[in-house]
Design a protein around this ligand. Sequence first.
Ligand code: 1HN
Length: 350
Amino acid sequence: MMELGTLEELPVAYREKLASSSLTPLWPMMRAALPYDKPNRRTKPHVWAWSDVRPSLLEAGRLTPMEKAERRVLILSNPGLGLGAVSATPSIFIGMQLILPGESAPTHKHSPSAIRMVIEGKGGYTTVQGERCPMEKGDLILTPSGLWHEHGHEGTDPVIWMDALDLPIVGSMEAAYAVDGDLQNVRGEPDSSQTRYKRSGLVPYNSLGSRRADYPLIRYPWAEVRDALNSLAGVTARGEAVQLAYVNPETGRECLPVLGFSALMLRPGETIKPVRRTSSAVLHCIEGGGQANIDGEALRFSESDTMAIPTHAEIEITNTSPTHPTFIFQVDDAPMQRKLGFYEEFARAK
Ligand code: 1HN
């Protein structure tokens, strides 16, 4: 390994001259920018407990009316990324959003892509580009870049969901912005998961011939995903991950460009040891609970808790219940890393 020169070795006058011409020498920071074997990671493995999040979010409901919030969201700030960090991992923004009965969150669209994962409450809905999507616990709803969306609530109790956005990535490009819109005209029909894309393996015939919609399916109902995981578990060896990826039904590829989504089932007492990956991830426990070991750190989690996993982490997840399955929703940045050509999985050292 080369012994690289330091900044201090350079004459002060030279350093000052460089600074005054907006120039910076690379070699003193070469190893920090490009460390050997594994990236430097500031992101900490971390669990945000629902028992902390929920009361604070309900308090936000009392403190801040919708007119003063546009979106009433508490951001999950990764403790390793500094006080008030606007992300859970370097690429993934996670927020917890509350909407109270009768409230609505106004129509807008923006350059970052987003998803909702519904955590609690009945009667909420999101309208995406005229398609009204009911929000039930565990449902995944996409609001891709540039599509109009608004939220509403016709039930009687608070509705809470998790938002995941690629905002840190779009923001780092200084390309994040939003546009306000008028209340949308809702098409008088159920969302596409109940009509055009009711069954996997079947798509509307005409979609084969003409130009495909970029985002044909907006809502992925949890009842169907849960059922599919149970069926997959029947043919998956114990210790092997029972995991389904949410994809675009027309292309079979990931449903959004930067972030990827999947659902994972752990059978009672089961431990899985996924391979080490270059991607970072956020895990949200839809049902059940257990223990995770992330880079040697033991973290317990229960229903509706949310966990950050740094890039390149060694992880192990156990469903500690001897009787009940655990279901986990995963957000990761593998789609973007694949497109950039550096996504990797590393076999475990035995
Ligand atoms: C946003 O537009 C929503 O539409 C939620 O519900 C969370 C976080 C940052 C920026 C925009 C929404 C958001 C957001």
